[in-house]
Design a binder for this molecule. Structure first.
Ligand code: FAS
Ligand code: PHB
Length: 394
């Protein structure tokens, strides 16, 4: 078995792992990224599309904001329509002074890979059987198979950025972990089409279920409709998708939707999940490895970025000043923001979707809350500050 050394072993080459590698590099801290899939596989994933302004600033501060600033779509308001005729705007710039940015996660991952490649960063992809050892010691190790040969990476810290199905969270003893989970009785059927998007991102609460019109660039649109958990993509040819999407919006909006051939189509289940604590010995979790939120609030990717902001600050403080305070407080600090976003995403999912067991009372309560949000300045401000993303803690 060949041995190598580094300061921080990063498990997972998605947005969290790549951004952490980049931020540690800027602090002069060495790391190795170990990714299970091929790079092509990672870059084929189509996921998030909306960034909080705090995330925009972290990406710029990390030296990977150039293309985002050129191609991203800064917008002040996000629409919500309901009851076939009512509508409101979550105008975050007006309410809390922070706009939002539409810029796809795929682009962010590409920008990060380009930055890491430009400095010859150590990224090991297609790594198999990744296993973490000695997490409760000061010299943890990571073993993995690469091209059929067992490898060992000695390190001082392990960052678990390997998503919900990764190995890191499960490497924390079960009697140490507390998991909070809620599974929703529906999924999102999403498509990407090379068509001009609407001017703004709009959520719909309709009697046929939730729908969302979003965007990636002036010729790339992203759309979603709430679907049954057992929905089959084969039952959803493009024509059926477009017809269903349009009936869930008021006529003036659906008439503006430019349809076209889908270039990607997928169904994602919705889940709320938080695992506590987010650290164990020399292991620190960041991103989906520790938490999952329903995409309704556009929080998943943004939480991964805020976790990485906190973790990179904590590791920089340790290596620069020998100060362990931020490492010791990392889990509690990150979890305060995680739970804020998890609760908000749960709340907005309940407000905008149709649930099988909903009563007529539930539906009237949804309508009343949307109407109250539309006319209450204080309620609107409270919702906008959460949609825009709460400020990071010092
Ligand atoms: P990721 O899952 O992106 O990356 C983890 C990486 O670790 C992967 O590349 C994986 O291959 C690798 N890995 C896994 N196990 C490993 C192992 N044992 N060893 C080494 N590597 C391993 N968020 C939004 O805000 N809006 C959305 O619309 C949205 N849509 C989504 C749709 C889907 C289908 C999914 C799954 C998520 C969606 N999300 C959305 C959330 C998503 O954007 C995540 O929050 C984001 O990818 C989090 O990034 P990471 O924490 O890096 O995790
Ligand atoms: C997206 O553009 O993919 C998107 C936008 C807003 C959401 C979720 C996903 O809440």
């Amino acid at each position: 078995m060949s041995q190598t050394q580094t300061q921080v072993a990063i498990i997972g080459g998605g947005p969290a792992g790549l951004l952490l590698s980049q931020r540690l590099h800027l602090e002069g801290i060495r790391s190795v990224v170990i990714e299970r899939q091929s790079r092509e596989h990672v870059l084929e994933r189509i996921r998030a599309g909306v960034l909080e302004w705090g995330s925009v600033e972290v990406l710029r501060d990390s030296g990977v904001g150039q293309r985002m600033d050129l191609e991203g779509h800064v917008h002040d308001g996000t629409g919500i329509v309901w009851g076939g005729e009512h509508r409101l705007s979550l105008n975050t710039r007006a309410a809390v002074g922070r706009p939002m940015m539409a810029y796809g996660q795929t682009n962010i991952t590409e920008d990060l890979y380009n930055a890491l490649d430009a400095r010859g960063a150590s990224i090991i992809d297609s790594a198999e059987d990744v296993t973490l050892h000695g997490l409760d010691t000061s010299n943890p190790r990571v073993t993995y198979d690469k091209n059929g040969a067992r490898q060992e990476l000695e390190c001082e810290f392990v960052a678990g950025c390997d998503g919900f199905h990764g190995v890191s969270r499960e490497s924390i003893p079960r009697n140490v972990r507390t998991e909070y989970e809620k599974n929703y009785p529906f999924g999102w059927l999403g498509i990407m089409s090379e068509t001009p998007p609407l001017d703004e991102i709009i959520y719909a609460n309709s009697d046929r279920g939730f729908a969302l019109c979003s965007q990636r660039n002036p010729m790339l649109s992203r759309y979603y409709i709430q679907c049954d958990l057992d929905a089959n993509l084969n039952d959803w040819p493009d024509e059926r998708f477009w017809e269903e999407l349009k009936v869930r919006f008021p006529q003036d909006i659906s008439a503006s939707i430019v349809t076209g051939t889908s270039i990607e189509k997928s169904i994602a289940p919705l889940r709320s999940f938080v695992s506590e604590p987010m650290s164990y010995g020399r292991l620190f979790l960041a991103g989906d490895a520790a938490h999952i939120v329903p995409p309704t609030g556009a929080k998943g990717l943004n939480l991964a970025i805020s976790d990485v902001f906190y973790l990179s600050r904590a590791l920089a403080c340790f290596y620069r000043e020998g100060e362990e305070r931020f490492l010791r407080d990392y889990s509690e600090t990150a979890l305060r923001r995680v739970w804020g976003a998890a609760r908000f995403s749960w709340w907005l999912t309940n407000l905008l979707h149709r649930f099988p067991d909903q009563t007529t009372f539930d539906l009237r309560a949804q309508e009343q809350e949307l109407g109250y949000l539309a006319q209450s300045e204080s309620y609107m401000k409270a919702v906008c500050e959460q949609y825009a993303g709460l400020p990071f803690e010092d």
